[in-house]
Ligand binder design. Sequence first.
Ligand code: API
Length: 269
Amino acid sequence: MRVPFVKMHGLGNDFVVLDARGERLPTMTPSTAAALANRRTGIGCDQVILLEPSEAADFRMRIFNSDGGEVEACGNASRAVALLHGAEALVETAGGTIRVQPANGGARVDMGVPRFGWEDIPLAYAMDTLTMPVGWEALESPSAVNVGNPHVVFFVEDCDALPLEALGPRIERDPLFPERVNVNVATVESRRRIRLRVWERGAGLTRACGTGACATAVAAMRRRLVEREVEVQLPGGVLTIAWGEDGRITMAGPAAEAYRGSFEWDDFA
Ligand SMILES: N[C@H](CCC[C@H](N)C(=O)O)C(=O)O
């Protein structure tokens, strides 16, 4: 079966988007997703995004990391999908329902309400999630936030001076995180600006992580380090994150279509 796709990205965090809202596609398996995402033998991307019909919203967005694992949320893909859809929409994800709205060359996304309970992250046992009594070499005393998916956030002097490619996978797979975790290292530059690098669960170092920017901004706000609206500078560019009085997170930033193509499903099944 020949399947069309749209290659998209949000600040360099890139996606292969498959649209099954009209025509059903064969069942997506972790191995098919990983094969499509493979940058040497497949199309290549950080996440495979599958759009499907939804009973609860305008449509459903399923997210597969490049390791094939299906996960609950993807901020940058939410903006890319808003651009592709071309109108405001309620989108069902495994991490909850979000609202997306195309906005001048990108999109605004209502990411919902963050959660902070140790069972909500989830952690393997009870602990304070604002300043956790744990550490991995130079990275210590992080915060944990669930923004549909699990994040741990470390605040450091210079996030660019750390071997995140070495520490990231160790923390991602630590038994403290039963569903693994996205690892954020952040430097607060002012009350309105944070610099951030992310080792993503199931995808590794990426140019940007939308949910990571949301989790990091909220953790910094909880620590009274920044205002309730901040700019987050990722390697791929800047996102604006606001945490409203209603408890909901809004993320705004660019998204783009790179090219369209098609592939033979059986070549990746
Ligand atoms: N690696 C993440 C999913 C993609 C998140 C990131 N690409 C974003 O833009 O939010 C996870 O396993 O939860």
